[in-house]
Design a protein around this ligand. Structure first.
Ligand code: 13P
Ligand code: SF4
Length: 312
């Protein structure tokens, strides 16, 4: 009797046959991260997508990240395990609303977080991720008025770090991070008094004020691994636990639960599964397709962002 292949073997086999790369965000399920060629934050994944020379990108993350990979690789096939893996921040900023703002304020510089649709990116002057948002804003002449789109919390954090009074902020939020409340974090600190706190800047300002470190998913992982401390409270999605455990098995990590779901999981990121990944590599569907004109226009602010040197 022929032995049946495991799903992992099927995926690796398909990946070879398709000449594909598997990119995964830190918030993916551990079994997906284990198989990925690259696991990273949104900036690292965008950079990897730009360097890619194969034929197919299988993007395990959320839709806007796969769209970013497509904008950087218009001639390549980009597939996703589940096209329903969206993002609440993307939903907070419809392109027609941003176009209306631009018509009213043609002189404002629009800085859009990468967590936006391709259409919104096409309306933007420059993009940023949580990792380089401060550097991107600092790269804009100080006399310019800036509109920061769409995350309110990241915008407030950037405004505080850059001291830019002329920075206006769109009122969007992440369903996961916006309800990591100061109250929940204070309770975790009381329970683990020796732990240091690392938080993602999509969290509320009152929460961030209690943090010892604020940074992107990869920056949080690096800081916890390199810090001499042994115990940490983490204020971001629990998917980062996979890398934390692998890179610092002797340390303890406690995840704050948000007020939204009493968990620390992104419901969109968790839509992907090994089965769906296998199927998308097999069928080369669902595929990211974008109008050529949108891709061309969105590439301009994306390339501007990638040209900004990031200090962290
Ligand atoms: P990073 O840029 O830190 O990977 O964050 C992306 C994201 O969606 C956070 O919720
Ligand atoms: Fe979007 Fe929040 Fe999920 Fe990140 S964690 S993908 S910002 S909904």
């Amino acid at each position: 009797m022929l032995a049946t292949k495991s799903i992992t073997e099927e995926i690796l086999d398909l990946k070879r046959r398709r000449n594909a790369i598997l990119l995964a965000h830190h918030y993916q399920e551990p079994e997906i991260q284990e198989l990925a060629d690259v696991v990273g934050d949104s900036l690292e994944l965008a950079r990897k997508a730009r360097q890619f020379e194969g034929e197919v990108i299988a993007f395990c993350g959320v839709w806007f990240m796969a769209e970013t990979a497509k904008i950087l690789n218009p001639e390549r096939i980009v597939v996703v395990p589940d096209p329903e893996a969206g993002c609440s921040l993307v939903d907070c900023c419809p392109a027609e609303h941003l176009r209306a703002y631009r018509r009213r304020h043609p002189d404002h510089v629009i800085v859009s977080y990468i967590n936006t649709s391709a259409e919104v990116k096409a309306e933007s002057d420059i993009l940023c991720t949580s990792r380089n948002a401060v550097d991107v804003v600092n790269s804009i002449p100080p006399e310019k008025t800036i509109l920061f789109v769409p995350d309110r919390n990241l915008g407030l954090y950037v405004k505080h770090k850059t001291g830019r009074d002329n920075l206006k902020i769109w009122q969007g939020s992440c369903v996961v991070h916006a309800t990591f409340s100061a109250r929940r974090l204070a309770a975790a600190k009381e329970r683990f008094p020796n732990a240091l706190v690392a938080a993602h800047p999509e969290s509320p300002q009152e929460t961030l004020r209690q943090a010892d470190f604020i940074g992107s998913t990869s920056a949080i992982i690096r800081w916890c691994v390199e810090h001499p401390g042994k115990e940490f409270i983490i204020v971001t999605e629990s998917g980062v636990n996979f890398s934390l455990q692998r890179l610092a098995p002797d340390k303890k990590f406690h995840f704050v639960q948000n007020e939204q779901c009493n968990c620390s999981e992104c419901p969109y990121m968790k839509k992907n599964s090994l089965e769906k990944l296998r199927d998308c590599l097999e069928k080369l569907e669902p595929r990211v397709e974008l109008p050529e004109e949108i891709m061309k226009r969105a590439l301009v602010p994306l390339e501007r962002m990638l040209a900004v040197t990031t200090r962290k």
